[in-house]
Design a protein around this ligand. Structure first.
Ligand code: CP
Length: 313
């Protein structure tokens, strides 16, 4: 059987996305199962993370696997000059699946080409974050009851925010209308707008962020300005607080509208919004567990039927 990786959301068909959502629903009903008993999962994080690493590790633990890995590359032999290729080959000797976050765009694709075990991309530079995308899709489906025909507003750092790039690509199957709200320095990159044009995805661009602009939103997807990706910190200082969501801005929101954010937040959502019924970002992060349990099963050849017929619950 071909090795099955989870490197880019662009690979997923409409049917596969809906299948993964159904699998995540099963795990939300019963997160604790022994489907990965005897397996070892490696988590290699070359960049900082709270949610992604811990929810992958929780998913592995809840599925009965054991976890090895590192959260800080400074403790590895990479500091002695070991290459990514050699690190991946070594870890493949020990683990059945590798979850990797790396600062270089394309690192996960490269790892998937050299590793004999499945690679799960936990974020590669400003490029893709497909497991975040799965939990975002699951969160949208849960809150809206559908993925079809939604008005999705993406706000903030659309240049470096890999989560919005992945979500844009995944939603191509579901006839969305996107609104890209960003200062010109952080606008959605040309290649993603071209992707929209090529796939018939409707979008509008805005620089203003006010209650009138977002009044018809179904999903308001806020993002952090990604300081770590700026080469010019003066530019970061100019744009870092450009949009701050508060309760006043939400007064005309549609009843079904939910606010998502991949987190961490810095200043872009005021703490007063946490108690607003439109806020969903904390629950969204919780959905990451179920989405990542589904991803582990998928790359290890465990089907939805296997999950539904599981006798280990
Ligand atoms: N959403 C996300 O990727 O969060 P972490 O950086 O904490 O993993």
């Amino acid at each position: 059987m071909d090795k099955h990786n989870f490197v880019t959301i662009a690979d997923l068909t409409r049917e596969k996305i809906l299948y993964m959502i159904e699998m995540a629903q099963e795990f939300e009903k019963h997160p604790n199962r022994e489907l990965l008993k005897g397996k070892v999962v490696a988590t290699l994080f070359f960049e900082p993370s709270t949610r992604t690493r811990l929810s992958f590790e929780t998913a592995a633990n809840r599925l009965g696997a054991r976890v090895i890995g590192f959260a800080d590359p400074k403790v590895t032999s990479g500091t002695k000059g070991e290459t990514l290729k050699d690190t991946i080959l070594m870890v493949s000797n020990y683990a059945d699946v590798i979850v990797m976050r790396h600062y270089i765009e394309g690192a996960a694709q490269y790892a998937s080409e050299v590793a004999p075990v499945p690679i799960v991309n936990a974020g590669d530079g400003a490029h893709q974050h497909p497991s975040q995308c799965m939990l975002d899709l699951y969160s949208i489906y849960k809150t809206q009851g559908t993925l079809e025909n939604l008005n999705i507003y993406m706000v903030g750092d659309l240049k470096y925010g890999r989560t919005v790039h992945s979500l844009l690509m995944a939603m191509r199957h579901f006839n969305p209308t996107f609104h890209f709200v960003a200062p010109k320095e952080l606008a959605m990159p040309k290649e993603y707008k071209l992707y929209c044009d090529e796939h018939g995805i409707k979008y509008q661009e805005h620089t203003a962020f006010n209650e009138k602009v977002i009044a018809d939103a179904d999903i308001l997807y806020m993002t952090r300005v990604q300081k770590e990706r700026f080469s010019d910190l003066m530019e970061y200082e100019r744009v870092k607080n450009v949009y701050v969501l508060n309760n006043e801005l939400l007064k005309n929101a549609k009843p079904n509208m939910k606010i998502l954010h991949p987190l961490p937040r810095v200043n872009e959502i005021a703490y007063e919004v946490d108690d607003n019924p439109h806020a969903y970002y904390i629950q969204q992060a919780g959905n990451g567990l179920f989405a990542r349990e589904a991803i582990f099963c998928d790359v290890l050849g465990i089907t939805l039927d296997d999950v539904k017929n599981d006798k280990t619950i």
